[in-house]
Design a protein around this ligand. Structure first.
Ligand code: HEM
Length: 190
């Protein structure tokens, strides 16, 4: 809504259409329904005008960590890079929705699946700093959103196969059994 875009600097908007700084190389429905195919992706803050020819718009907010321990946080901060390095000419936008069953679990049950069983952070840490990432949450926006998370990554061409290995490892975990919709959109800087 207008109120949200005007007041929240953590709000990001992802517009599939004809213009934008990223060329869409591929878009694949991993599970569930895909998204209409588009030529370009426009990544912007919540406040800018919707570009002409937009076919879909996704929104999400960055937030505080839910499942990260102090030790993990320190490891992440020590290794991770920010999005937007000049050599990171490839990007992936992967919107994800988890099932009602996931959201009915308690915090401790979700943490157990996320890390004790699935090793999400442990696996991910091995790919830092080459893969940079930003996680956006969608559930608490005032308008209902089609996904729960918008994940965004960037990396150099040489690290694309490592990124594919990382995704294969995560998709094989207990956590991903709760993923009911996932679209894998690969981008290249225009
Ligand atoms: C959440 C690390 C790659 C999807 C998280 C969290 C961490 C993390 C620490 C938890 C944040 C919190 O405490 O709330 C990493 C690292 C990666 C990586 C270091 C290496 C690049 C990926 C990839 C995907 C992914 C490739 C696949 C699209 C997600 C999702 C969440 C998440 C959907 C939210 C889970 C939830 O709250 O239920 N990641 N991740 N991550 N990550 Fe990753």
């Amino acid at each position: 809504t207008m109120g949200e875009s005007n007041s929240n600097p953590r709000l990001f908007r992802f517009v599939g259409g004809r213009i934008g700084g990223w060329v869409v190389r591929s878009s694949r429905a991993v599970i569930g329904e895909g998204l209409p195919s588009v030529e370009r992706l426009d990544l912007g803050s919540g406040t800018t005008a919707i570009p002409d020819g937009a076919k879909w718009i996704l929104r999400g907010v960055t937030s505080n960590p839910r499942y990260t321990t102090r030790t993990e946080k320190e490891q992440l901060v020590r290794k991770q890079a920010a999005l937007g390095r000049p050599e990171a000419t490839l990007s992936a936008l992967i919107p994800i929705r988890k099932s009602a069953k996931w959201w009915e679990l308690t915090q401790d049950e979700r943490r157990d699946i996320f890390e004790s069983q699935s090793k999400h952070t442990t696996i991910g840490l091995k790919y830092l700093p080459e893969i940079a990432r930003r996680l956006h949450h969608c559930r608490d926006l005032s308008e209902p959103e089609p996904f729960d998370f918008i994940t965004l990554f960037d990396y150099a061409k040489a690290d694309e196969s490592a990124f594919d290995d990382l995704l294969a490892a995560l998709r094989a975990t207990a956590e991903w059994k709760f993923v009911e919709r996932e679209v894998d959109i690969r981008l290249e800087r225009a």
